[in-house]
Design a protein around this ligand. Sequence first.
Ligand SMILES: [Zn+2]
Length: 665
Amino acid sequence: MHQVVAAGRRPLSALLLATVTACGSSHTPAPAPAPAPHATGTTGTAHRHTSQLPVFEAFERAVAQGTRTRTGMPGPKYWQQWADYRLEAELNPVSKRLTGKGKITYYNRSPDTLPVVYVQVLQNIFAPGARHNTNVPWSVEGIDLARVAAQGQDLARLEGDVPGYQVNGTVMRIRLPKPIVPGGSADFEFAWKLRVPPDGAPRGGQDGEVYYLSYWYPQMAVYDDINGWQTDQYFGTAEFYMGYGNYDVSLTVPAGWLVDATGTLQNRDEVLSPQTRSRLDSASHASGVVHVVTESDRAAGKSTTTGKDGKLTWHYKAQMVRDVSWATSAKYLWDATTAAVGDANGDGRPDTTAIYSFYRPEQRINHWDESARYSQYSIQFFSRYLWPYPYPHMTAVDGITSCGGMEFPMMTCIGGQWDTLGLYEVITHEIGHMWFPMQVGSDEKRYAWMDEGFTQFDQSQSMDEFFKGFDDEERNRRNYLDLAESGNEVEMMRHGDRYPNYPSYGVAAYYKPATILVALRGLLGRETFHKAFTEYGRRWQYKHPSPYDFFDTIENVSGQDLSWFWRTWFFETSRLDQAIDTVAVVGDSLEVVVENRGKAPMPVHLVVTRSDGRADSLNIPVDVWLEGARKTSIRVAREPTVKRVEIDPAKDFPDVDRSNQVWPR
Ligand SMILES: [Zn+2]
């Protein structure tokens, strides 16, 4: 999902900084003995930074069982569930209802026998009386289940230990006729109806013209090696945790309506007119944008075939995806081009992917005629920066306004008003999500930073390149620092539905983790950081990493113990405030005293600039602070004359007060 940056907000008063309780600072000598000014090194265990990470018992168990490791690699016994979906749906735009049926084959690759399975029915966030923590239009409807069957047996809504199903909010529990043994599988069948929610609904819906169908079918919940069944409710703020599978989807809409869905269209000769097909063919070799369906083409018999009884069924197949969404409208234009992704399939030859954009002509005012180009640029950028995009298409969809920006495999639902900067930002953000979480399938509900934070960081890299030096990292840092300075920050290692308010969630999910990746890059150096970050993605592609798998991979690749870093930035709300305390002449040297005024320990990147223009970079290792010192000093030659001493001029680290980082002040 996409966060709108609050423009022009100023940092809160520096007065607030006076209330920072600097542990052992020489300004607050009690209760423990303060380090003598200008002292270096340890001043006693009372101030030693606890760098041990909290024990995550379920993860420890997984390591003991061999499904995870301490190196950040999946363990030799790593396993993951799998499901094949065959879904059919028909949309009636008059009643605004979707009628669906589906068959799911669920494969139990775990070592456990499963007497019960859980299925997500996310549409129930719209059920009357449903609990939610985001705005949801009132009086919609949940999912209306006409049939639930398991292992060939129709099931009734039943409590207790007999075969049957129960629905609790957005989670369905099915007690099976026969337990699924390890290595076994089970078939499920569902039939359902739902009303497509109006604009105002989160992450999909209809505005009378366009329909963005999200979370429209019963989907297997995740059963993983760390926590077993993940049955957290969908309340609106915290996002999703989804398993991987293959999908075969047939979607029936009125003829003349264009459809785009996760996957590859299987029956284009049946649904697309010869003109549309030939334009698509030319787009598949084009680097420029081809207008596949224009205003005057929008009709049955022109953009699409005429169909049967005024309807057409679009058939898609998608592989290795964690969800399927689709969009349809009679109003859409269709732009197409191609993006170069590098060698995606490992055959040594460069590959391409189709880039599509579906939008209404009225959206040209919001620059949607640029959207295919922006998508092409974004896919090419991330394919270079991360790894090749593996899917057959990437589509930007003009959806309902309340989508804002929302990611689905191969698709995005984008709504609202945009200038060119904003439209590029939201498109590149949602396309960034095709890597995290679409390919790297973390639990977004419990660790929003693992997809939103990483994507926010990736967005900044893409904007820097597209807009030639645009500093999106500064915007992320400012948003984090504003909340950090106010004292209302909440730590990142917290379930997405358990933040006291939306700003604290937004910072913890987006801006702080994006800023902390910049700090990690500053700590490790660009090359090592990039190697470790992409290695994490590669190791966990199409898998379910936990936070510790990320931490361990970064340590494993960089060869550093970073427990103090994870603890400080991910588990705590400590702030960083490094300051130049004094600069004094000592013989033929200058003694620079650096003070750590915040609680967050970080190395000090000091740059000393001289009258001859020379700039020396000095590094004070973090160990000084970890061992308990509050101040440390470093001596540099007096000559040639020192003009300026500055801490972290590159702004790698998110310091709450930069005014005390420069000498002379
Ligand atoms: Zn996002």
